[in-house]
Design a protein around this ligand. Sequence first.
Ligand code: ATP
Ligand code: MG
Ligand code: MG
Ligand code: MG
Length: 474
Amino acid sequence: MFQTTAELRSAFLKYFEDNGHQVEDSSSLVPANDPTLLFTNAGMNQFKDVFLGMDKRSYTRATTSQRCVRAGGKHNDLDNVGYTARHHTFFEMLGNFSFGDYFKEEAIRFAWEFLTVTLKLPTERLCVTIYETDDEAFEIWNKKIGVAAENIIRIGDNKGAAFASDNFWQMGDTGPCGPCTEVFYDHGDHIWGGRPGTPEEDGDRFIEIWNIVFMQYNRQADGEMQPLPKPSVDTGMGIERIAAIMQGVHSNYEIDIFKTLIAKTAEIIGVTDLENKSLRVIADHIRSCAFLIADGVMPSNEGRGYVLRRIIRRAVRHGNKLGANQSFFYKLVPTLISVMGDAAKELGQMQAIVEKALKAEEEQFARTLERGLQILDSALNELTTKTLDGETAFKLYDTYGFPVDLTADVCRERDIQVDEAGFEAAMAQQRKRAQAAGNFGADYNSNLIIDTETAFCGYAELAGSATVKALYLD
Ligand code: ATP
Ligand code: MG
Ligand code: MG
Ligand code: MG
């Protein structure tokens, strides 16, 4: 039986290799030559130009286990971490691809055979969704595969609708896209949630495991859908989700990789309650942060580097919440490398750099974290509404290095929101003041308050406009 995450990774690649697919390495988390994309968010990214007909390969079928980060841009799961059983900022996407080779029928057959024959998943636990008008996909599932009509759910592209699922997949606002069909696994009625297409679908009972996209169009900036040169296939299955099923657990955070990471985090910080949500968040965040650094991103105040900084600081704040009294985050790297096995080749080579960068960022933030949290705590205690004012969020950002989403993360634990418009207004005002002061140019942080109590010296490199831009990358 294929049970461990490592076994599943190789079983998947082998199955598709046996079916004529070229096994390719994962590409970097930093997309090559693609300014439309913040981080690699799906297996198809490295093949984007092949789908568009602008790049040719020596093969027409490929398979990969692709590292992905969804912490910004079109697909952003950062705020789901700690709240759902199935979302990570970093995950591995198993995928098979056809570049003008097979299309709907074979793609569906491969997926079904892998799940029900190779992995022996019970068919009665599975249901599928199709794009609402895709009668061809319906016929294949129903007549050729034998899935009962009531287990084939038609879903639209749901722009603005109340339901979360979406059977028209797109990588970003532009680029290859098309209708898709997805496979869901029912974890059982002891878990809250409804079938896809129902108002309760956002629960974690029916978990989406595999998305099979029929790549047919190239979406232009003006929304026009140009047909691709050849209809193709792009699929993606989160390895952690299928590992959860194979290991007989409900949450991704209970699989082998996370069990080990969570135990190590608890040991380093000295926590005994392994169910603590903050442990899950830290175990999630160490994966995205370490792999991003290994792929060349460094904490900074703009673009990708600022997203990384935000994730590290969120993790450090959760460590503080658990009572960590010294740097802990970088100490997880060796355990991470060992649990990730084959997927950690590059990370292993970059270990020293990754640890150093994480430690430096953690130490820098530690200088202001405690004091910032005290200020936030008293502001929250004094609140009479459910919204924290933008001025306070801005002070925390500007003086204590709290990214606004970190402040929001703390507030959310107390069911409070941050006035983000007020935060933006405070930021704009600060910039105006800095400009008026003249001497210091347009860098509003020339007004940075030096907090003597914590000996915080400010961010030498903090450039206001770049930071503002980074904040809105999402
Ligand atoms: P969900 O609806 O659960 O958010 P999705 O529809 O956004 O998932 P896709 O874009 O279709 O996901 O990605 C393909 C597959 O990758 C999913 O079916 C799932 O198995 C996996 N996946 C997607 N997002 C995540 C994530 N944040 N963490 C772990 N696995 C994920
Ligand atoms: Mg999603
Ligand atoms: Mg989905
Ligand atoms: Mg999906």
